[in-house]
Design a protein around this ligand. Structure first.
Ligand code: GAR
Length: 321
């Protein structure tokens, strides 16, 4: 049995998306479970359903509290419930930047438009007024900029003759109820999916100049410097030599640095078999909350170490300023 990801769902109203998430979680093999339903409105209809389903609930009106204080109380409830992800489902509050940043990569939202169209409010009225053929819904990662994080999944929903914002909203919700549980399930599974992890490493590695991908001892490897004299600067290792890790291997400055990092952060780094002996470190990717900016920085450093002078000269000059 695999361990289920724990999610907290934040609502402000009817909570039909929350209900869809809960019922999907009741189907065998769903990779998440709902451990908390929280609201800024104690009267939110969805709270009663969550209670009837035996799910912990928390409600705190935001009136009279600063945004930060209200967010802090919601966050405390989320942490208390042991949630690893926050899933916003019709939570009609703008969150403070600090809260969003602390949950970077672990907070999702569903928005009733085909993003990047119609961020903010009154999405259905705006789609109808613009004469659009379709409205729709998007699931996205939450970032400090409103409704602007990576879009994970969308469904377009036709606008039919005579539609009002309400009739369209109702139809869009039917699509949302299908989309959100699936998108959340996929997202919480992402961190252990070798195909998704390789894709991410590949996108980062091949973004550097003059790089190519070539298999080495059965692993995808990434090289810089052209067909003949290319040098490897990264490998992708999927549970090699009996380790449970899916990892990106990059070159460190040497054995001291490698061993220090492994000792200080064993949940992040390990010394890979064979490669470790020549200063390559493994960055563990199959864990929630990987800092992909840090992975990108490692790849940059490793690429610079392997790239021919003519490619790094400009960067070296820039470093001197
Ligand atoms: C949903 O349609 C959701 O997309 C929207 O509120 C509705 C909540 O319905 N969210 C937003 O507008 C966020 N800006 P529900 O309470 O029945 O799930």
């Amino acid at each position: 049995m695999t361990i289920k990801a724990k999610i907290a769902v934040l609502i402000s109203g009817a909570g039909t998306n929350m209900a869809a998430l809960v019922y999907a979680s009741r189907i065998a093999d769903c990779p998440y479970e709902v451990v908390l339903v929280a609201s800024n409105d104690p009267q939110a209809e969805g709270l009663a359903l969550a209670q009837a389903e035996g799910i912990a609930t928390f409600a705190l009106p935001h009136k009279g509290l600063t945004r930060e204080a209200h967010d802090a109380a919601m966050e405390a409830a989320v942490l208390e419930a042991g949630a690893e992800y926050i899933v916003l489902a019709g939570y009609m509050r703008i969150l403070s930047d600090g809260f969003v940043v602390r949950w970077a990569g672990r907070m999702l939202n569903i928005h009733p438009s085909l993003l990047p169209k119609y961020k903010g409010l009154d999405t259905h009225a705006r789609a109808i007024a613009a004469g659009d053929s379709h409205g729709g819904t998007s699931v996205h990662v939450v970032t400090p900029e409103l409704d602007a994080g990576e879009v994970l999944a969308q469904i377009a929903v036709p606008i039919v003759a005579g539609d009002t914002p309400d009739t369209l909203a109702e139809r869009v919700k039917l699509a949302e109820h299908q989309l959100y549980p699936r998108a959340v399930a996929d997202y919480v599974s992402r961190w252990r999916d070798p195909v998704a992890l390789l894709e991410r490493v590949r996108n980062l590695a091949l973004a550097f100049p003059e790089t190519d991908e070539r298999e080495s001892h059965g692993s995808p490897g990434f090289r810089v410097g052209g067909e003949k004299s290319g040098k490897y600067f990264a490998y992708f290792a999927d549970q090699h030599h009996g380790t449970p890790h899916i990892a990106c291997l990059v070159r460190t400055g040497g054995m001291d640095e490698l061993l220090n990092l492994v000792e200080a952060q064993p949940e992040v780094y390990f010394k890979p078999a064979y490669y470790g002996a020549s200063g390559w470190i493994g960055i563990i990717l199959n864990r929630p909350g990987v800092d992909w900016d840090a992975v990108a920085e490692w790849l940059t450093r490793s690429w610079r170490g392997a790239a021919p002078k003519r490619l790094t000269r400009l960067l070296d000059v820039a470093d001197e300023f």
